[in-house]
Design a protein around this ligand. Sequence first.
Ligand SMILES: Cc1cc2nc3c(=O)[nH]c(=O)nc-3n(C[C@H](O)[C@H](O)[C@H](O)COP(=O)(O)OP(=O)(O)OC[C@H]3O[C@@H](n4cnc5c(N)ncnc54)[C@H](O)[C@@H]3O)c2cc1C
Length: 350
Amino acid sequence: MQEKVKYLIVGQGLTGTWLSYFLLKQGITFKIVNDANTGSATSVASGVINPVTGRRIVQTWMIDTLLPFAIAAYKAFQQDENIPIIKDAPIALIHPSLQMKESFDYRLTHDNIYLKENDHSSLAQYFNAPFGNGEIEQCYWIDLMQFLKIGRQKISAHFIEDYFDVAAMTITEHGVAWKNISAEKIIFCDGLNTMNNPYFKSLPFVPNKGEALIVKIKGLAPTNIYKTNITIVPWKDDLFWVGSSYEWSFSDALPSQGFKDKMIAALNAVLKLPYEVIDHLVGIRPANTERRPFVGLHPNYPQMGICNGMGTKGCSLAPYFAKQLLDHIENGTKIEPEADIKRFTSILST
Ligand SMILES: Cc1cc2nc3c(=O)[nH]c(=O)nc-3n(C[C@H](O)[C@H](O)[C@H](O)COP(=O)(O)OP(=O)(O)OC[C@H]3O[C@@H](n4cnc5c(N)ncnc54)[C@H](O)[C@@H]3O)c2cc1C
């Protein structure tokens, strides 16, 4: 017998979890299907929300809007749980070069909201910092392992562990049908898997490989994120996430010895504490040429939508754009033009 729901979501990474959470809150019927054997960027990400980026330390796209929304959303998400999902984690900067110190000093006095002078002299016992320190404020760490786990618990009654094969989906007059489910809308939140989806594969995805090490560092305070030419993020207990790489050209999705050697060399240069490498993670970011999300309904098949393309910033983008897509479908509100897939109407229509 067919089970009727309003929404079928494909993928329970950051994006699918947020979309299903908002549906749950609004009492709208849905099912979410996720296959643990397909790649998930969320499960290897460090979970950092950093409002500035790049060598020039400029503010990230839309951060003044995204940040307050994300903080409120993660706080509301964790409200019923005893486990915190979002933590304040100012970034202690250990300038990796004179050029980066000068860049920081310049930005401190030009359009600055998030940078702060802080000599972090207490860190001298842990780090070599020949070019000095600084700080980025209003940074947050999202415990993505707990977020996915608790998210799954919240939606357990709606969750299906299965591989979604687009070829097994039927487009119906009023929506789509897949296995025993019929839905008015299907929303693809399946990260890079969308590149295999005949309806959305022409979107300009550019996969970006990222690797990280999980390292045990006894004695390093888990109060900060530490950033030099590598980023060291408190993970749990005395474990830290150390990374990462941003590779636009790669031949496989495997952990590489080259990356591991590079991180070890960087740790040896900056860290005064002994450490032990525990694990080596790898994931592929659902990035794209424009560095903007892909959000909206298919121009020819309005029963199909997408919330994807979160690139390197899923923690701050996913809650905001999952909500925007839902509001668009339910209430007809506008999607941010730079994120709306309307900009690809011509290539999606062919
Ligand atoms: C090394 C690394 C570090 C990162 N660090 C950060 C960071 O600090 N801060 C930040 O904001 N972002 C970070 N990112 C980026 C972030 O991980 C992504 O932006 C975000 O996780 C994307 O979430 P998503 O839900 O869109 O995709 P995904 O997390 O990839 O989720 C897609 C889901 O769909 C499922 N799926 C796919 N195909 C199918 C199918 N056919 N059937 C069923 N299920 C399917 C997958 O199993 C997966 O669960 C990092 C990424 C990497 C790789």
